[in-house]
Design a protein. Sequence first.
Length: 457
Amino acid sequence: MSTVDRRTLLRVALAAPAVAALASCAKPVVEKSAPASTLGAKVDGSKPLEFFNFDGGYGKKWTEMPLDLYRKQFPQANVKLTSGQQLQQQLQPRFIQGNPPDLIENVGLDGAALAAKKQVMDIGALLDMEAFDQPGVKVRDTLLPGVAEHGVYDGVKYEMPYVIGTGGIWFSQKLLDEHGWTYPKTWPEMLALCAEIKKSTKIAPWTYQGKYPGYLTSPMLMTAYKAAGPELKKKVDNLEPNAWRDPALIQAAEGYQELAAKGYLLEGSQAIDHKQSQASWAKGQAVFIPCGGWLENESGQDAPKDFAMTMMPVPGWSASDKAPFETLTGGPGGALIVPAQAKNPQGGLELLRIMISKKCMQNFASLTNSPVVVKGGTDGVKLTHAAESMQKAISAAGSNMFNDWQFRIWYKKLLDSSDKAMAALMNREVTPDEWSKQMQKYADETAKDPSIKKFHA
């Protein structure tokens, strides 16, 4: 995850949208004679179909059901599953060659670049197709609020989310209970608890996915957001002059750098990847770790059965914060896209319709312990302690929930630069003020670059 993988959910959420497709495949053709299972899509059942799955925290198992349903519907089709974690390296050459997969779970491709080159299909017509397993019901009417509108740029829908995601700080509730620790609601309280943990135990207070610094950028930005309020996010996302020089951002950078300066990080955290850090945390070597909702599915096997894996919102800064402690990043997440130059785009669209069916989404929720985008998608699914904690956090947030900082989705170069700056901050190579100046420099460069399409929050 981003370097680019599901970590983009925290750096992202996932890949940015893209663009208007070629007219010949922009809208599926509706035929009166089409059977209900393919209503709204003109699919040549003899054509091969390829789905590219991001092989990350959600794994591959969930793909079996929708692929089997497609094979059952089109027995002559050669249905192929490919997967990987380095989508930029694996798929960019195929876009250039005009031979991309027919449907992609996009976690890592540069959506803005795809948009500029018009390489992604307009999938808006999918919303008015009949739901795969609910005859007479349109797809849009099976989706939770906000899902149909997600992935829409300039009035056109280019991506379909599949999970309701959120991110925060994770810990073992059992561990906190055993030591009598209370989860802190402000960053100074967090640092005070870290001091107590370091003094009274041999457990590291924190670890994080050091090779993917975006994991820590997300909570740091959230702490600043809570202090300064929504206007800060708007200024940063809109590339406004001096947005990154806001005192709330510098203050948050100072607070998070103290994790390294005061020895509150598990030794070597800055140099380890997500698997190493998450495994160490799950084995009780550190109390806190930042992550998205896929953490249990990705690392739960490393934790004891009574671990009581729990997620809570990121601490704010003080009692005078302008946004409440319950504020979360989250909402519809993930990005299923149909390349405009795919050999079988209509087949890709049909597979997408199958994937977001109630049956397939319930299967996804059951296998990954994740909330999904369709109504009733978790009906009959027994939620784990981790999933219940996320659901409670989402319910408590209510309207105080936003779907990540848009600059991370809109401007990949700025996103990559923010990772480098965060790494330098946590390695104590720069001061918080220098970090702030670096980020402002990167943002100004993006704002002044005429080759980069600009968006506005």
